[in-house]
Design a binder for this molecule. Structure first.
Ligand SMILES: Nc1ncnc2c1ncn2[C@@H]1O[C@H](COP(=O)(O)OP(=O)(O)O)[C@@H](O)[C@H]1O
Ligand SMILES: [Mg+2]
Length: 215
């Protein structure tokens, strides 16, 4: 069905966290999921290896160079309904290849003004990939990440993102359960089902699914 990549220039803004938790939400919707860990630091794979949760069964390490990513993702697509790609910060080549193969590109953004600067760069790169493909792919969406809910910073993030002219998906709040789940090798829906954090990822996954199933 769909290849969904998560990218961003900055480390620590929640890319891997979003990939892992979306994987769990899609699996709960009855989809088969492959989550490609294309970050050489392999933090998604390390998270999966920490426990015996659903991630252990769906995360695949990608060790080749950036140029091997599209073929690898298309291969994974033959066996899974949803292919998620986690990309490294900093190194633009992998994120560019991900944008070349993805149907949908999620660009998470944290609440700091510096996060917005990095986001602008990531968006420019995604648009370059789209121009190279000569299609409307990938669709591009912003995801407010690690948001301090009910704060001015959280509220202003949403409007700053909207001002950048792309659609904004439901936010992921900064929540203890998200980090605690990682320590157990679990996703939030496994670690804290029904929690606010779980509900946020469920809402995000539904929004992503709606876009992904529109071909
Ligand atoms: N919504 C969140 N709430 C709390 N902690 C989070 C959240 N998202 C990410 N983190 C924590 O922040 C750190 C960086 O997240 P990560 O997903 O690895 O970022 P990236 O992949 O962009 O480098 C990790 O320790 C992770 O557990
Ligand atoms: Mg990461």
């Amino acid at each position: 069905m769909a290849i969904i990549a998560v990218a961003g220039r900055k480390g620590g803004i929640g890319k891997s966290t979003i990939v892992g938790n979306l994987a769990a939400e899609f699996a709960a919707m009855g989809r088969t999921v492959a989550a490609l860990d294309a970050d050489p630091q392999h933090s998604l794979a390390a998270w999966a290896a920490q426990g015996h949760g659903m991630l252990a069964g769906c995360v695949e390490k990608m060790d080749g160079g950036a140029e091997t990513l599209p073929a690898r993702a298309r291969k994974a697509q033959k066996e899974a309904d949803i292919v998620l790609i986690d990309t490294p910060p900093g190194t633009p080549a992998m994120a560019y290849q991900a944008a070349l193969v993805a149907d949908l590109l999620l660009l998470p953004c944290g609440p700091s003004p510096l996060d917005l600067l990095a986001l602008k760069e990531a968006l420019a790169q995604a648009l370059k990939a789209r121009a190279a493909r000569r299609t409307k792919r990938p669709r591009i969406r912003f995801v407010p990440s690690k948001v301090l809910m009910n704060t001015n910073l959280g509220r202003s993030l949403h409007s700053s993102l909207k001002d950048m002219g792309r659609k904004v998906l439901p936010p992921v709040g900064q929540r203890v359960a998200v980090a605690e789940a990682v320590a157990e090798g679990l996703t939030v829906r496994e670690y804290a089902p029904g929690s606010a954090a779980h509900m946020e990822f469920e809402k995000l996954a539904k929004a992503v699914d709606k876009i992904a199933s529109r071909s």
